[in-house]
Design a protein around this ligand. Structure first.
Ligand SMILES: Cc1ncc(C[n+]2csc(CCOP(=O)(O)OP(=O)(O)O)c2C)c(N)n1
Length: 582
């Protein structure tokens, strides 16, 4: 007979569930967890703020398609993690948040880091939140939390762990850990619905597949490719499903927003197979700019509440995307599929025209001071243009194109900021799923460095590159220290336009160019800040320096920061589309 602590029992349950890494920031309330993680070789990536630790757990979960774990201490540790919990909730990312809390016996004593009901706060932004009050129940409740987080419509769960429960002890022979923790049993579609779907698709003249986050989480790349090869139906994807279908495939149309390029009525989709798509922000809400009202929708979604939310659905299928594709592939093989080459050419042409329009933006190169709202700034940029008249700043499209041209297919790209990531959306191309992680429904600026840390821990052999606005990177600057301490060679590209550009442009459009207020940033030297933490760092002021700088950053094998002088004037096409939506 051996006695073990609640913390030890919890960590043994995590080990049984296959957890190898966790992200957190210490507090006395978590001490047993930290000690037992060390005993069991669960690596804790100790970070500089809980908000980034939460985002790192999200980045880990999203890039590895698995459970992420974040450990945050009682009170302020928990409250700092709220943005991440909300982000994971809206994007359905499976993260287990383990939050310390005051000892149960200290209830209502005005004790340290207590007095707030963490479970009540977490409940509306988790799939399940619960306080564990008895040591013997730890394995059962941890297993329950993990099952909820990782199955069905996934999402975050929170366990509130009172300090006296974690430090109390139990005979290890009594504390049984469940044999089965995660469930792998994705729901299959109904046979009649598959028949209806196949009939609609086979009779369509302009069918498309829209692949959403559900298609990514159900790991449907192979089945999707088989379906497209058998039927010739072109594919669009949202950001979470980016790379699920190769970006360079002749039947790939682009991200959902590119559907807006199919402007002529007779060139728009008539049947849509929406795989794991949640209609809303990324399909332009109620607007018909992307999916016309008369298009017949076959909507495959694991959560029935998503079906019919914004669009009438011809064939509802409440099931897993991969299981549905499997059934569609069986049915598709018995059918002669119509010739779709005209429709495929329309989509390819739309893609080419979009690309040409963007390329034209770079000729001639715009100058700082000529662009909308840039205006003369009171101080010259440090190390640049001092007393030499206006400096040339780099067009954001030129910058992101150069960045993408310098990385290989295997690189995981994180998009943060606002306009920065909208520009990135225009050029990102990938052949592997889970390799582009960017904003979801919460739109939480500042989450990029945390996400990048999680992705790099999940994929130590792959390169991770984070593109962030200067506003965004400021949220978690101290995480450059985490990169250095944990030897995570993430390359960060700061799109330094000395502005919260999306906010500034919004003001210019809505309130007028003379009413820009509270949205400019100063002359911060992000490369110097990162260098002070021990990163490889370089300031880039000329487009010709950018590619060599990226290559040098990658070759350094160290965490790196490139601070790139970006022209604030250009507005990304996606923002124009969002601003003009009906
Ligand atoms: C946490 C958070 N605070 C504020 C906002 C509102 N907001 C949306 S876009 C934006 C500007 C982002 O600026 P920056 O990170 O510099 O990126 P840029 O637009 O310049 O590429 C802000 C402040 C937000 N979405 N999230």
């Amino acid at each position: 007979m051996a006695m073990i602590t609640g913390g030890e029992l919890l960590v043994r349950t995590l080990v049984r569930a296959g957890v190898r890494n966790a992200f957190g920031l210490h507090g006395a309330h978590l001490e047993t967890l930290f000690q037992s993680c060390a005993t069991h070789d669960i690596r804790i990536i100790d970070m500089r703020t809980e908000v980034a630790a939460g985002h790192a757990a999200e980045g880990y979960a999203r890039s590895a398609r698995t459970l992420g774990v974040a450990m945050v201490t009682a009170g302020p540790g928990f409250t700092n993690a709220i943005t991440s919990i909300a982000n994971a909730f809206l994007d359905r990312t499976p993260v287990l948040y383990l939050a310390g809390s005051a000892a149960l016996r200290d209830a209502e004593t005005n004790t340290l880091q207590a007095g707030i009901d963490q479970v009540a706060i977490a409940r509306p932004i988790t799939r399940w939140a619960h306080q564990i009050t008895t040591i013997g129940e730890i394995p059962r409740l941890v297993a329950h939390a993990i099952r909820i987080a990782t199955s069905g419509a996934r999402g975050p769960v929170l366990l509130d762990l009172p300090m006296d429960v974690l430090i109390s002890t139990i005979d290890e022979d009594i504390a049984r850990i469940p044999g089965t923790i995660a469930i792998d049993s994705p729901p299959a579609p109904n046979a009649l619905a598959i028949e209806q779907a196949i009939r609609l698709l086979a009779n369509a003249r302009r069918p498309i597949v829209m692949a959403g986050a559900g298609a990514y989480w159900s790991d449907s790349s192979e089945e999707l490719r088989r379906f497209v090869e058998a039927t010739g139906v072109p594919v669009y994807s949202d950001f979470q499903a980016h790379g699920l279908f190769p970006s360079n495939h002749r039947l790939y149309g682009g991200t959902f927003h590119k559907l807006a390029d199919l402007a002529v009525a007779e060139d728009r989709p008539d049947v849509v197979l929406a795989l794991g798509v949640r209609f809303g922000l990324f399909t332009l809400g109620r607007s018909e700019r992307l999916v016309p009202a008369r298009a017949k929708i076959i909507h495959v979604e694991i959560d029935p509440a998503e079906i019919g939310r914004l669009k009438d659905v011809a064939v509802p299928i409440v099931a897993d995307s991969r299981e549905t594709l499997r059934a569609l592939n069986v049915a598709a093989s018995a059918i002669r599929w119509p010739e779709l080459s005209g429709w495929q050419t329309t989509i390819r042409n739309a893609r080419a025209v979009h690309h040409q329009r963007l390329s034209a933006l770079l000729l001639p190169l715009p100058h700082a001071g000529e662009g909308r709202g840039e205006g003369p700034l009171p101080l010259p940029l440090a190390g640049e243009g001092r007393g030499e008249g206006p400096s040339l700043r780099i067009h954001p499209y030129h910058a992101v194109s150069t960045v993408i041209d310098c990385i290989d297919d295997d690189t995981i790209v994180i998009g943060d900021g606002a306009e920065s990531y909208h520009w990135l959306n225009e050029v990102i191309r990938q052949n592997r799923p889970g390799s582009y992680i960017t904003h979801g429904f919460l739109g939480a600026v500042g989450f990029g460095l945390g996400l990048a840390i999680g992705a790099q821990v999940a994929h130590p052999k792959r390169r991770v590159l984070c593109v962030a606005g200067d506003g965004a990177i400021g949220f978690t600057l101290a995480e450059f220290d985490t990169l250095v301490r944990h030897q995570l060679p993430v390359v960060v590209v700061v799109m330094n336009n000395r502005s919260w550009a999306a906010s500034q442009h919004f003001q210019e459009i809505v309130s007028g160019a003379d009413h820009v207020t509270g949205t400019r940033l100063g002359h911060a030297r992000y490369a110097d800040a990162a260098a002070a933490f021990g990163c490889h760092a370089q300031r880039v002021t000329d487009i010709g320096e950018l590619a060599p700088a990226i290559k040098a950053a990658l070759a350094s094998g160290k965490p790196a920061c490139l601070d790139v002088a970006i022209d604030v004037a250009p507005i990304p096409p996606e923002i124009e589309l969002l601003m003009s939506r009906q």
